[in-house]
Design a protein around this ligand. Structure first.
Ligand SMILES: Cc1cc2nc3c(=O)[nH]c(=O)nc-3n(C[C@H](O)[C@H](O)[C@H](O)COP(=O)(O)OP(=O)(O)OC[C@H]3O[C@@H](n4cnc5c(N)ncnc54)[C@H](O)[C@@H]3O)c2cc1C
Ligand SMILES: *[C@@H]1O[C@H](CO)[C@@H](O)[C@H](O)[C@H]1NC(C)=O
Ligand SMILES: *[C@@H]1O[C@H](CO)[C@@H](O)[C@H](O)[C@H]1NC(C)=O
Ligand SMILES: *[C@@H]1O[C@H](CO)[C@@H](O)[C@H](O)[C@H]1NC(C)=O
Ligand SMILES: *[C@@H]1O[C@H](CO)[C@@H](O)[C@H](O)[C@H]1NC(C)=O
Ligand SMILES: *[C@@H]1O[C@H](CO)[C@@H](O)[C@H](O)[C@H]1NC(C)=O
Length: 596
């Protein structure tokens, strides 16, 4: 029976179609770069090819770089591309390139990267001490290579609070959008979701917009109409190819400092290549040269600690020599909790990640995804954005979500009826959680995850808002616009009700009027929407210009500096920030001569 179902031809056609497109893309890529590079752009090389000798054509007269950017992620790529317009830049990324990775490149493979726990995966699993399983990017392009692709700007209040120049912000978003962002084709499920949001009063309808406005809208996406992903790594096309070197498989171990003067100043970095060999890269002597950390909300605080900037007692425990004692490094880590309701459908429906969002006045955002598993015998049978294999094991309380529990689920799911794998999720993201935690090193290996705690719902206000959000999500789920999708015959719906736990899906909670039981639902089913941030807060670890306090020539430019996740989803603002900070730095250094 299971075998027969997997012969369903539609998914097969889709798979073949994406495969052809992918091959075509690879061929184009090879042609474009014939004789230049195997990695998409001529300036991208493996870390082992690095030579720090002064003869290196890209380094300055004294053998150093003007900027060393650590982490080629969502912020790091636009930042390095921008700085290279005028200066010699070295960008170091621990992962490989995304361009020829079929898991990264297609919307339909979203869950495959996240489920891949190998060292070669573009995604690295981590579990916070809360028990919620989570992912960090490990690839050039960072989170933009493994995320759900939704693109939407920050609200103006966020921009004002961080004190950015609004006009430059308004110029920097379009710089990103023109290169990699598209208007999506509305999936049927997303249309029903929109109509349902409007029905329950999440209004007005704001149509297609990147802006963050109360009501219901549909936003941008980094997937094109063939379902192919465009990432921050493509923003490197805007670099000056003669001024930029990108090293992949370069894992930075620490920043090194010159401590001979009054204040420690960054001198360069130490990194390991793909063969495990260690290299030193240096900044030029110019006082304005800088190391810039763009290693993400886990990587940047981790690397500051490894470099000797952080709480002295913690550093001393690991024999890390203290460069600057700052108890705030790694503090204020937050992750927006996500809770979901699954709506089984009466037929297979088109896969969609996030396209529509309801921006409510309750402090929650409502989003949605849809899809169906393609066969009963592999990872291809999945729940997309909430698959257990990617860590979203939401039917058991966080502390019980062990690797064994995931494996047990994967084994058991073969016995589940296929109806369980077709449907959609209504997701609730809590905006601006007041609960927060911290990040601490467990050892000095930069490849290992630090210990991270988010303390989901430790603040009662967060719990209250979650309950209000669930009530709203249920009203959406019950709206007439979904009826055509969700009307099931009685035996089927009973069957589904019976197996929801084994199928790892949360259906509509039974006791909607019982606040205590909804609070329990929030705690027990909490998963992540991967918008974790913090650890290097402005005013605590970095100053208003993102310069690391207590030392010279070191900045942090990424989501670790945020005290809230911008927009309904953050990537637009993280990419914009890379561009924005690059332009700011160039203008500060060159004045009107900055050609950007
Ligand atoms: C599964 C998932 C789904 C998401 N969905 C969405 C969505 O739909 N829309 C949205 O807006 N946002 C989404 N997000 C969030 C968004 O993608 C992230 O917030 C954003 O990409 C973070 O950017 P960053 O620059 O701070 O970090 P990253 O993009 O993670 O960049 C950090 C980079 O630094 C590298 N690095 C780390 N340590 C080192 C080291 N020691 N040496 C060298 N390199 C190092 C990493 O490999 C990585 O490439 C999602 C995230 C995930 C994980
Ligand atoms: C894609 O993901 C699958 C399953 O997670 C994994 O087995 C495979 O190795 C990955 N392929 C690539 C090219 O990374
Ligand atoms: C920037 O754009 C926002 C939203 O589109 C707008 O409200 C604001 O007035 C603009 N600010 C400037 C300085 O152009
Ligand atoms: C720190 O150094 C001391 C003395 O050299 C050693 O005994 C101890 O094991 C080291 N601790 C760690 C965590 O490396
Ligand atoms: C629900 O599960 C119970 C226990 O496994 C079983 O006895 C019952 O028949 C099931 N009901 C339906 C409608 O499948
Ligand atoms: C929940 O409360 C509402 C309003 O007080 C009431 O109309 C409804 O019947 C209640 N539902 C249940 C299941 O108790």
């Amino acid at each position: 029976m299971a075998k027969l179902r997997s012969l369903n031809l539609v998914p097969l056609q889709i798979t073949l179609y994406s495969l052809c497109l992918f091959l075509l893309f690879c061929i184009c890529l090879c042609k474009e770069n014939a004789g230049h590079s195997a990695y998409g752009y001529p300036f991208i090389r493996k870390a082992s090819t690095f030579s720090s000798s002064p003869s290196s054509s890209l380094s300055g007269v004294d053998g150093g770089y003007d900027y060393i950017v650590v982490g080629g992620g969502t912020a790091g790529c636009p930042l390095a591309a921008t700085l290279s317009r005028n200066f010699r830049v070295l960008l170091l990324e621990r992962g490989g390139v995304p361009f020829t990775n079929v898991n990264v490149s297609f919307l339909g493979n979203f869950h495959l990267t996240l489920a891949d726990t190998s060292k070669e995966s573009a995604s690295q699993f981590f579990a916070s001490t809360d028990g919620v399983l989570n992912s960090r990017a490990r690839v050039l392009g960072g989170g933009s290579c493994i995320n759900a692709g939704f693109y939407t700007r920050a609200n103006p209040e966020f921009i004002r609070k961080v004190g950015w120049d609004e006009q430059l912000v308004n110029e920097s978003y379009p710089w990103v959008e023109q290169q990699i962002v598209q208007r999506p084709d509305f999936a049927p499920w997303q249309r029903a979701f929109r109509d349902s949001l409007l029905d329950i009063g999440v209004s007005p309808y704001n149509g297609f917009t990147y802006d963050h406005i109360y009501g219901t809208k549909f936003g941008g996406t980094i997937f094109d109409r063939f379902g192919r992903r465009h990432t921050a790594a493509e923003l490197l096309a805007s670099a000056n190819p003669h001024m930029l070197t990108v090293l992949i498989y370069a894992t930075v171990e620490k920043v090194v400092f010159d401590t001979s003067g009054k204040r420690p100043k960054a001198a360069g970095v130490v990194f390991k290549d793909e063969n495990g060999n260690r290299h030193h890269a240096f900044l030029s002597r110019n006082v304005q040269s800088e190391v810039i950390m763009s290693s993400g909300a886990i990587g940047s605080p981790q690397l500051l600690l490894l470099s000797g900037i952080g709480p002295k007692p913690d550093l001393e425990k690991l024999n890390i020599s203290v460069v600057f004692d700052n108890e705030n490094v790694g503090k204020g880590m937050a992750d927006n909790p996500m809770n979901t309701i699954f709506m089984p459908t009466n037929r297979p429906i088109k896969q969609s990640l996030i396209q529509t969002v309801g921006i409510t006045k309750l402090g929650v955002y409502l989003e949605s995804s849809s899809g169906f598993g393609q066969s009963m015998d592999s990872i291809r049978c999945h729940h997309g954005i909430a698959s257990a294999e990617i860590g979203q094991l939401s039917t058991i309380p966080p502390k019980q979500r062990t690797p064994e529990a995931i494996q047990a689920y994967a084994r058991n799911k073969r016995n589940l009826p296929y109806e369980v794998f077709q449907g959609g999720f209504i997701l609730e993201k809590l905006a601006n959680p007041l609960s927060s935690g911290d990040l601490k090193l467990v050892n000095t290996n930069p490849e290992d995850n630090p210990s991270v705690t988010f303390n989901y719902f430790s603040n009662p206000h967060d719990l209250r808002r979650c309950v209000a959000g669930i009530r709203l999500a249920v009203r959406v789920a019950r709206s007439k616009h979904f009826a055509g999708f969700t009307r099931l015959d009685r035996p089927t719906s009973e069957k589904l009700l019976n197996i929801s736990v084994r199928a790892n899906v949360n259906l509509i909670p039974k006791h909607m009027n019982d606040t205590a039981s909804l609070e329990q639902f929030c705690r027990d089913t909490v998963i992540t929407i991967w918008h974790y941030h913090g650890g290097c807060h402005v005013g605590k670890v970095v100053d208003g210009k993102n310069r690391v306090m207590g030392v010279d020539r070191l900045r942090v430019v990424d989501g670790s500096t945020f005290s809230a996740s911008p927009g309904t989803n953050p990537q637009a603002t993280v990419m914009m920030m890379g561009r924005y900070m690059g332009v700011k730095i160039l203008r500060e250094r060159l004045g009107k001569d900055a050609g950007v």
